[in-house]
Design a protein around this ligand. Structure first.
Ligand SMILES: Cc1ncc(COP(=O)(O)O)c(C=O)c1O
Ligand SMILES: [Zn+2]
Length: 399
């Protein structure tokens, strides 16, 4: 396993020690301070072939995303079996693969990031973690904190899918439902964390959620035979998964685990009810502007101003990809299309990317034969209340 060499700031590129818990860059002189990325010493690993390293680890007790322990911090994991999710070939679209992240513990890809962040919190001896969440990160934090014996303090919008509230309570987290958006929740954590002694585990405000999410990048390349696809579609809220996957591609190129030079186009998809990254992309801007009156039933995409917006935009442009929005009507239509024709019940966030895929095929940006990975970031079953509402479906009254 590679030692962590240092943490690197995304803005000023300062090197910060990982010996103690870190949040954002302590050396940035302008705000917002940069996010810290984990950098490893890969000298020894570079000599080895990917399959040899991973097959050896995966043959042991390192299930799920921990098959990539050779590129993760050297710690005893807090694990519930996250990662190594199915890569399903579409029955209808020739080049399309669906990465089924709904198969994770707590039903979403958030499990990967929170497994890693809680693992590190335990390693550092932190006792109280706090998170503002659109819903699924809260559920995942609650589960992993319970497994680690750590307190979880959760702030999420009042109208999150009901499953997110129920699971957080069931796991024994301290839950506050906030009459507002994730940005209001973030402000509350910010205001209270010092006094309460909470460690803030918000998106891109600590270094390790990205490390967990980067395993999606390793995994999709391994599952495609150690080759890049032509494009990766990702439903973008805070953007951690997209940033994590790009980090994985850079690391794999450095390690010689994938043919360098042609990483996939990264397609960042948002809902037209909350599309700050798409607007910034269209305007050629470096960062986004707070989206007013954000509204979409793809609750994970209701992030009016992502902390990592500049990083997301850089990656989308560097990959020669794009950012695009789809409407809630298109999302619902795609949920029903995939449920009825492929037997897959997508989350609204997942259906935003399948809807976006259809559009990019229809307008000729992609060919049906192009190999693409569509991320279904969560199980449709976590959203029965909000999806039923979108479908105008009600439980029939008893006779
Ligand atoms: C199911 C689902 N998909 C996508 C997202 C957006 O993820 P990210 O913040 O990594 O962009 C979320 C965030 O809450 C989510 O819950
Ligand atoms: Zn900095």
């Amino acid at each position: 396993m590679p030692p962590i060499a240092y943490l690197e700031c995304s803005r000023c590129h300062a090197h910060i020690s990982a010996a103690t818990p870190q949040t954002v860059c302590p050396q940035c002189t302008t705000q917002p301070a940069g996010s810290l990325f984990v950098r490893y010493d890969f000298t020894e690993l570079k000599e080895k072939k990917a399959n040899d390293v991973i097959a050896k680890d995966a043959a042991g007790p390192w299930v799920g995303m921990w098959r990539y322990r050779s590129v993760l911090p050297e710690v005893v994991p807090v694990t519930l079996g996250e990662g190594w999710t199915p890569m399903l070939k579409s029955g209808r679209h020739r080049g399309a693969y669906l990465k089924e992240e709904g198969a994770n513990p707590t039903g979403t890809f958030k499990a990967r990031g929170l497994a890693m962040a809680v693992t590190m919190a335990k390693h550092y001896g932190l006792r109280k973690l706090a998170v503002p969440s659109a819903g699924n990160a809260a559920g995942a934090l609650a589960a992993y904190a319970a497994a680690a014996g750590i307190e979880a303090h959760i702030f999420m919008p009042l109208d999150v899918p009901f499953a997110n509230y129920v699971e957080a309570i069931a796991y024994g987290a301290h839950v506050e439902l906030v009459n507002g958006l994730i940005s209001d929740c973030a402000r509350m954590v910010q205001e209270r964390k010092q006094q309460e002694g909470w460690f803030d585990i918000s998106t891109l405000k600590e270094p390790f959620r990205v490390e967990g999410k980067k395993t999606m990048g390793y995994e999709l390349v391994e599952q495609l035979g150690w080759e890049y696809p032509d494009a990766v579609f990702y439903p973008t809220g805070g953007g951690v998964g997209l940033i994590g996957m790009w980090k994985a591609f850079e690391e794999m190129e450095e390690l010689g685990w994938v043919q360098p030079g042609k990483p996939p186009k990264m397609i960042a998809v948002q809902s037209s009810g909350c599309a700050p990254v798409v607007r910034a992309y269209d305007e050629g801007a470096q960062a986004s502007v707070m989206w007013k009156d954000a509204a979409t039933f793809a609750s994970g995409l209701r992030v009016p101003k992502p902390y990592g917006d500049a990083i997301i935009l850089d990656i989308v442009r560097a990959s020669d990809g794009l950012a695009m929005a789809v409407s809630d009507d298109e999302i619902l239509a795609s949920i029903l299309d995939w449920a009825r024709n492929e037997g897959i019940f997508l989350s609204p966030e997942g259906a935003s990317v399948t809807a976006a895929y259809d559009k990019l095929i229809a307008n000729g940006y992609l060919e049906p034969s192009d190999r693409v990975v569509l991320f279904n970031t969560g199980a449709g079953l976590k959203y029965t209340d909000v999806t039923a509402e979108a479908m105008e479906l009600k439980r029939p009254a008893a006779q």
